[in-house]
Design a protein around this ligand. Structure first.
Ligand SMILES: NC(=O)c1ccc[n+]([C@@H]2O[C@H](COP(=O)([O-])OP(=O)(O)OC[C@H]3O[C@@H](n4cnc5c(N)ncnc54)[C@H](O)[C@@H]3O)[C@@H](O)[C@H]2O)c1
Length: 326
């Protein structure tokens, strides 16, 4: 076992959570999974090494009981209200995403946990539709950039960050927030969703299933597509790094890619895949897409985050995993 830490992962049965649990397990850590649902495919295979606590983050008692019962020393908090219950249901976001995060912080404080790492979002930055941060220059956005959360989801993430910083200042609890960019990965692809990131996920899944993909516009739009396993790496780094002096870390791919790049990568892996991507910007116009590129230099410098998957490697890995799931 690596060190004496016991790390509890909330939302452990979700897309990123499964990879976080597996990564920690691979590194030799003792892990406790916490989720409202039964074991996911990703963690069911861990041979009983990882206990799963079924509980609700919106119930402080259930988190505190789990933390105390398993002598948890660090928490990675990823639980969030199930999609598609998102911006149309701000009450659920308030209760689970925001309230659940405050409960995690409170449980951490009451139980003397050493560090809580919490999932935040690049959605708290303003949309960038022109230079320097938008098309065509895509200057990466650093953590100091003034926030402008415009949707309930982003507003509650930003509020969570503020509360966490208060816990750090007032109660000496070590906290770290990871602001994830939009991610792609097999668990998300298989959900067949419709959000902005799902255009890429669908392209990958369609190619494997022999289905065509037609994206009428947006082939020139640069965006920051991070692979789910790199998100997991970022969350683990924020939880385990020797120190987290800046407390807030962008976790993205660090580079702009387009759906045209993605189509090329998919065609190389699945020759003959039928993909059409039209020109222009905004590949998911109804969604009000958030296409900014995250500056990840702080995460590289302070917590040792280093993305392992460029677009080609990420799509290849995603396909390999999907083949075992279909
Ligand atoms: N760019 C972004 O905004 C962005 C991108 C990726 C992830 N994230 C954040 O990262 C985290 C993980 O995302 P994901 O995509 O893996 O999520 P997911 O939806 O795949 O998984 C969430 C998990 O939380 C669990 N859950 C839901 N309600 C719960 C409750 N009340 N109590 C306990 N568990 C509960 C679900 O059962 C699920 O297993 C989330 O906080 C998400 O907001 C942000």
């Amino acid at each position: 076992m690596a060190g004496g830490d016991v790390i509890m992962v909330t939302g452990a049965c979700g897309a990123i959570g499964g990879h976080v649990v597996r990564r920690l397990d691979r590194l030799g850590h003792r892990v406790v999974a916490f989720d409202q649902i039964g074991p996911s495919r990703a963690i069911a295979s861990l041979d009983g090494r990882v206990p799963l606590v079924i509980g609700h983050v919106d119930d402080l008692g259930s988190i505190l009981d789990a933390v105390r019962a398993h002598r948890v020393t660090r928490i990675i908090h990823l639980a969030r209200v199930a999609s598609p219950l998102n911006d149309e249901h701000p009450g659920s976001l308030y209760q689970v995403d925001f309230g659940g995060s405050v409960n995690v912080l409170e449980a951490a404080r009451l139980a003397g946990v050493a560090r809580a790492a919490l999932a935040s979002s690049y959605n708290i930055y303003p949309r960038a539709t022109e230079p320097p941060h938008g098309h065509p220059t895509y200057a990466p956005v650093a953590e100091e950039h003034p926030p402008a959360p415009g949707r309930p989801y982003a507003i509650f993430k930003w509020a969570m960050e503020q509360v966490a910083l208060t816990y750090a200042r007032r109660f000496d609890l070590e906290v770290a927030m990871v602001r994830f960019s939009t991610y792609y990965g097999p668990e998300r692809a298989i959900r067949r969703g419709t959000r902005a990131a799902d255009v890429l996920n669908r392209m990958i899944l369609n190619a494997l299933e022999g289905q065509p993909t037609v994206v009428p516009q947006g082939g020139d739009q640069g965006f920051d597509a991070v692979y789910v396993k790199d998100c997991a790496q970022g969350a683990v780094a924020a939880c385990l790094a020797p120190s987290v002096p800046s407390r807030i870390y962008n976790i993205g791919s660090g580079a702009a890619v387009t759906l045209r790049d993605a189509a090329q990568a998919v065609r190389r892996l699945v020759p003959g895949a039928q993909i059409e991507v039209g020109p222009g910007l905004e590949f998911n116009p109804g969604f009000g897409g958030h296409y900014i590129i995250l500056d990840i230099s702080r995460a590289r410098r302070e917590i040792g985050y280093a993305p392992e998957f460029d677009l080609t490697r990420g799509i290849a890995d995603c396909m390999e995993e999907l083949r075992t799931m279909l």
